[in-house]
Write a protein that binds this ligand. Structure first.
Ligand SMILES: Cc1ncc(COP(=O)(O)O)c(C=O)c1O
Length: 409
């Protein structure tokens, strides 16, 4: 049984979080080496991590950022997004997917998810654009939970609308579409290295692209828009002391300390993915016979950042609370973005606009999933979930044919 614990009340209680990092002695040594070196930031580890990452994903350029959110902001800026332009995305995502567009003055254009993939529905995206009229600058499909959204199904819309295709793959490092790793198909693909993600740098993010021009804009944006090399100057270069700010940028750099951790973690990505897929398969076999429980869509290239199940919306609160009471750190991913107060007030969403996302979200529960979980952690969660559903079902909507361990009323 996983040994994470929290002190809740008088007695420490074992707690199974929904996600957490896996840090090895090699990771710690890699970080220690950098701490003893001359470069804590803007040093050689940044290039080295970016090179290793682009090779792993199979992309030509990788540009690191201080978070996935900063990376999304960089991608929006690099796409040429200007105030008033629309950005099309799914409401079933973390706020950062669209907030990054708002930072640049973008206007959200949401379209519903497909219930089959839980990702942006290409035909809903098409109709949303047809209805909207305005200039579309970016389409941002999100590979929700690690399910690799079909990027090719948005190519035609991107072409017709002149939009840049930015995949939010913060859940999907290591996911695959056929022979292609996620990161190969969109114009830019964004990853996050938050501790619950596939690899971590504590905070951190990356954009990968095939375009040297996007890579150039991304690098400028993450470091104040300042250039130092003579070939990048727009005016006369004066000498080695000279630098010029040619665009408005931020300090969104990822430190060498973080990059050392990232590069070390990347060596275990294959292992992390294999374990996540194994654990997801164990959930599937433990939970498949429970009526009233909808399991997440599967895909041969799924990278399983999350294992989001759905119960009847009327039962969600009680099932969720029962699991929390059992020390299981379930979460909800996500409250649909258009239903957050800020979006409602600023963009006049009222609810009901995106029924597939709203219905899914109302019954969603993310079960714990991270590489250091043991098989019996999965069995424990599955048993508690089955019990909670069985106990809280008011009128036989839920039938438990095969509880994983024992049967209880
Ligand atoms: C879909 C999605 N996009 C963007 C982000 C932002 O990444 P970060 O937390 O690294 O800023 C997250 C983080 O959870 C996410 O889940």
């Amino acid at each position: 049984m996983f040994l994470g614990s929290v002190v809740g009340g008088k007695t420490p209680k074992k707690f199974l979080p929904y996600g957490r990092q896996s840090i090895s002695d090699e990771d710690i040594l890699a970080v220690e080496r950098v701490l003893r070196s001359d470069w804590l930031t803007t040093g050689p580890l940044v290039d080295s991590f970016e090179r290793a990452f682009s090779e792993r994903v199979g992309a030509s350029f990788a540009v690191s950022f201080s978070s996935g959110t900063a990376a999304l902001h960089g991608a929006m800026h690099a796409s040429g997004l200007s105030p008033g332009d629309r950005v099309l995305s799914t409401p079933l995502t973390f706020a950062a997917s669209m907030n990054a567009a708002l930072y640049c003055g973008g206007v959200p254009l949401f379209a519903d998810i497909s219930p089959l993939t839980l990702c942006l529905d290409p035909s809903a995206a098409d109709s949303a654009w047809a209805r909207s009229g305005g200039r579309l600058r970016a389409i941002v499909p999100v590979s929700y939970a690690g399910y690799p959204v079909d990027i090719s199904s948005f190519r035609d819309l991107a072409y017709r609308s002149g939009a840049v295709l930015i995949e939010d793959a913060c859940h999907a490092l290591g996911a695959e579409r056929g022979a292609l790793s996620v990161g190969r198909e969109a114009d830019m693909t964004v990853f996050s290295f938050h501790p619950v993600k596939h690899i971590t740098t504590a905070e951190g993010g990356m954009v990968v692209t095939e375009s040297p021009e996007f890579a150039r804009r991304l690098r400028l944006f993450r470091s104040h828009g300042i250039v130092k090399s003579p070939e990048d100057f727009a005016r006369q270069y004066e000498g080695p002391w000279d630098n010029d700010m040619i665009d408005l940028g931020y300090n969104y750099r990822l430190s060498d300390v973080a990059c050392a951790l990232g590069e070390s973690q990347l060596k275990r990505l294959g292992q992390f993915l294999a374990r996540r897929r194994e654990l997801a398969a164990r959930y599937r076999s433990a939970l498949s016979s429970i009526c009233g429980l909808v399991l997440p869509p599967d895909h041969p290239g799924h990278s399983y950042h999350l294992f989001p199940v759905r119960v009847d919306a009327d039962l969600r609160r009680s099932v969720f609370m029962s699991l929390r009471d059992a020390g299981i750190g379930v979460q909800v991913h996500y409250v649909p973005l258009h239903l957050h107060t800020y979006y409602r007030e600023k963009f006049a969403f009222i609810g009901g606009e995106f029924p597939n996302a709203e219905v899914f979200s109302a019954g969603e529960i993310s079960l714990p999933l991270f590489p250091e979980m043991e098989d019996d952690d999965i069995d424990f969660v599955a048993e508690r979930l089955a019990r909670a559903l069985f106990m809280h079902c008011p009128n036989e909507r839920v039938t438990v044919r095969d509880l994983p361990r024992g049967r209880e009323k």
